[in-house]
Design a protein around this ligand. Structure first.
Ligand code: ADE
Length: 239
């Protein structure tokens, strides 16, 4: 899968995603990560990409031409036009479910805005998905793009190894993940739950399921109301 990022700060994206799991997947060639600097498509000699808003008001607005030229450069080499995701607090809130859907695409383009926003006409023409990472405002789309790329990329087959498997993640079944423990068996007078030392796989699984439900009920009760979770709850879970 290929990720293309249209941005004014390509180094931020590359540096932010070059270590750890995603960096390893890029080096292995399991995923491609490509940045394109919108400023390289500026129409003036000072490399401006923004201008004052029509109608007045605070801040600057990114102009349509450099963004469109940048987009054309990316899609010109492709057989099929990929989805274009615009990072904006006005978008649908990104979730594990959206990440799963997007992880099945062959390529994705992320458009990162800055200043007060982007001229609406170019958004109308190229953007397929407006996505937000939450109800707060960041200075630009780069951090949200990194959040989304990290979340989507780890769902692409071959990105995680067996021990990092996404199978038991929080949200994978709509519930929060159960607590984890490792050595030592006693730390600060706190004992690892007995059942985890028992070697009884049936009991361990049951305990983990109960812990997942308890944790979800205590920390994120609204998740239990989701249709996906309601359908997955077995008769035993309800007891
Ligand atoms: N750009 C600025 N704030 C944002 C947010 N919360 N989500 C996505 N993009 C943004």
């Amino acid at each position: 899968m290929d990720f293309h990022v249209m941005t004014l700060f390509p180094d931020m994206i590359m540096q932010g995603l070059s270590d750890s799991v995603i960096g390893r997947a890029v080096r292995k060639g399991t995923i491609g990560l490509h940045t394109v600097n919108i400023r390289d498509y500026s129409l003036d000699k000072h490399k401006h990409v923004d201008d004052y808003p029509y109608g007045g008001g605070a801040g600057m607005v990114m102009q349509p031409e450099p963004i469109y030229a940048c987009y054309q450069d990316i899609v010109g080499k492709m057989d099929k036009k990929p989805r274009v995701i615009y990072m904006t607090p006005q978008g649908r809130v990104f979730s594990q479910e959206i990440a799963e859907e997007l992880s099945k695409e062959e390529s994705l383009i992320f458009l990162c805005g800055h200043y007060e926003g982007i001229d609406e006409r170019v958004l109308d023409e190229i953007v397929t998905d407006h996505l937000s990472i939450g109800d707060y405002v960041l200075t630009g789309g780069e951090l949200p793009a990194m959040v989304m790329i990290d979340t989507i990329a780890r769902l692409v087959p071959g990105v995680l190894n067996n021990s990092e498997s996404a199978e038991y993640d929080s949200f994978q079944d709509g519930l929060l993940e159960y607590p984890q423990y490792t050595r030592p068996e006693i730390w600060h007078d706190k004992q690892v739950p007995e059942v985890l030392l028992s070697g009884h796989h049936g009991n361990i699984e049951k305990w983990r399921r109960q812990q997942s439900l308890k944790r979800t009920f205590e920390r994120r009760p609204e998740l239990l109301e989701q249709e996906k979770v309601q359908e997955a709850l077995t008769k035993k879970d309800r007891e």
